[in-house]
Write a protein that binds this ligand. Structure first.
Ligand SMILES: [Zn+2]
Ligand SMILES: [Zn+2]
Length: 184
């Protein structure tokens, strides 16, 4: 009988959706290796993961930084955007609406997004029931619905750290202190 020795313990990042564990493999020289598959975040590679969640859509493992909670379920960034198609520009428009800046020209001035794109965003948002029109005719204004407010909180985790988004939020907060105190 050939004597087989365990060579080394190799730590390898486990593949997408697999939880990890120990596996025995034979090396090309016929020696036995013990491979420890370390539980790693499927999105940023952070490991080892002690606490993690699973993306409801793609089954990927998520660390606390990559997992985004929406309606009590966890998603990765890509699956969340697929589920609720809010682009970065749409998110910026929502921030403006939240701060009471609901006209296309005001939003365009703040975000430098062309007016016709803003009108499209607002139409899409009202179709998704994230923005609603309140009041009558000349006094009407657009506001976020309860779902819209939740979507802003969720997507702040997606876009909130981006430089242009932070700049916009700072501008909105500066010009709107009174409304902020009354608001959220
Ligand atoms: Zn991660
Ligand atoms: Zn996913």
């Amino acid at each position: 009988m050939v004597e087989r020795t365990i060579l080394e313990e190799h730590a390898v990042a486990e593949r997408h959706g697999l939880l990890g564990g120990k596996k025995i493999a034979s090396s090309t020289e016929g020696q036995i290796e013990r491979l420890t598959y370390v539980r790693a975040c499927d999105f940023c590679g952070r490991h080892p993961l002690t606490e993690y969640s699973i993306c409801r859509s793609c089954g990927g493992k998520l660390c606390s930084r990559c997992g985004i909670e929406f309606c009590g379920r966890h998603y990765c960034r890509g699956c969340l955007i697929e589920l609720l198609p809010i682009s970065r520009n749409t998110f910026k428009v929502m921030l403006c609406v939240m701060h009471g800046k609901a006209s296309a020209s005001k939003i365009s001035g703040l975000t430098r997004i062309p007016k016709q794109d803003i009108r499209l965003c607002l139409a899409l948002l009202s179709e998704m029931k994230l923005v609603e029109t309140k009041g009558l005719s000349v006094f009407s204004r657009q506001e976020l619905t309860a779902e819209g407010v939740e979507a802003v909180a969720v997507f702040r985790r997606v876009y909130g750290a981006d430089e242009d988004v932070q700049e916009l939020e700072a501008n909105l907060n500066e010009g709107n202190e009174e409304e902020l105190v009354v608001g959220i």
